[in-house]
Design a protein around this ligand. Structure first.
Ligand code: FES
Length: 340
């Protein structure tokens, strides 16, 4: 029986109030965070800084450097969500993100009209500066520079310890800003590798040459799967795990593995999976719950009843029955049954 003291009739639904509010101002909402696209600026031919003006529901004061936001855009009537690192929050409260034109959502964002309205989450994530007073080492490649640049801006004002950034990139995104930071802060050394001009990847020899005391550093890494793998190898070899902080940006599936049949048990759907399980399910027209698509938020967690999958972040193989997996970071390496 309904408890008469706690019952609150929903005379007017929140979405109805938002619908009316939108008529007054397109970013007005009772609780939801909505933002207007204020400015789009190319930092390289396919990489764009996007300035967003959020409504009053966004709690910018709680933002910590290195965190990200989920951006939701409607494409062909379907809502898509992607996470982007916040480059910075400007003094007027505007949010700056950087978006590489990869995938549907990023492409749509980079082509948006000024004044368009999108939906955001609050800032979230644990890729933030720790309290350690060790010197700092940042490793970045490609779009991973967004999160690292956010951390760096904070690090150079709060630490007098040596700070090094090793940055692998095909273009000059953020290069001018980083050079300026290095000029302004003598304890910050910037190591830039343009991989188009000169093939170079992260390895122990390079690290030792550029940052001879790297084992004594607090290390932050964000970038391509190949750079992250190389970083993880070095970290494991020198037992640096307690001082290693990561944000994964790109997940690469093993192309040598053939497409595998995947069964969603409860919904009685079977599809072929070539990429990660979330993407493969979506390509087959299914809509599993998801959020970050990077193994962070747990929204896509589910039970693998049988079969083998590879964890795309760690490379580990899971052959066991009835284990929890995250669809967005799992690749099927055998036929798989999932309790969904
Ligand atoms: S969608 Fe966030 S963990 Fe998979």
């Amino acid at each position: 029986m309904t408890n008469i003291t706690t019952y609150r009739p929903h005379w007017v639904r929140e979405d109805f109030i938002d619908f009316i509010g939108e008529k007054i101002h397109p970013t007005w909402a009772l609780k939801r965070v909505k933002a207007e696209v204020i400015k789009i600026q190319a930092v390289s031919p396919d990489f764009f800084k996007i300035q967003l003006r959020p409504n009053r529901n966004f709690k910018g004061r709680l933002f910590q450097a290195g965190q990200h936001i989920a951006v939701t855009v409607a494409l062909d009537g379907i809502h898509h969500q992607r996470h982007y690192s916040i480059v910075t929050i400007l003094t007027n409260g505007d949010i700056l993100i950087a978006v590489r034109q990869q995938g549907k959502v990023s492409r749509a964002l980079s082509l948006m009209q000024l004044g368009a309205v999108i939906e955001l989450s609050q800032a979230q994530g644990n890729f933030t500066l720790s309290d350690s007073d060790r010197p700092l080492l940042f490793l970045a490649s490609g779009s991973g520079i967004t999160a690292i640049y956010s951390l760096l801006q904070k690090a150079v004002v709060q630490s007098l310890e040596p700070i090094d950034l090793i940055y692998f990139t095909r273009d000059n995104a953020f290069h001018a800003e980083l050079k300026t930071l290095a000029l302004m802060h003598p304890n910050f050394e910037y190591h830039h590798f343009n991989t188009i001009e000169h093939a170079q990847h992260l390895n122990q020899t390079l690290l030792r040459k550029r940052v001879p005391d790297f084992e004594k550093r607090e290390i932050y890494a964000c970038g391509s799967a190949s750079m992250m793998k190389a970083a993880l190898r070095i970290v494991a070899k020198f037992d640096l795990q307690p001082h290693f902080h990561t944000e994964y940006f790109q997940l690469i599936t093993d192309k040598k593995v053939k497409a595998q049949p995947v069964e969603f048990l409860r919904s009685q759907q079977v599809f072929q999976a070539e990429s990660n399980l979330l993407e493969s399910a979506e390509q087959a027209g299914l809509k599993p719950a998801h959020g970050c698509r990077r193994g962070i938020c747990n929204t896509c967690s589910c039970t693998k009843v049988s079969g083998s999958v590879r964890n795309l972040l760690t490379g580990e193989l899971d052959h066991a029955h009835n284990t929890q997996i995250k669809l967005c970071i799992s690749q099927a390496v055998s036929p798989v049954v999932i309790n969904l």
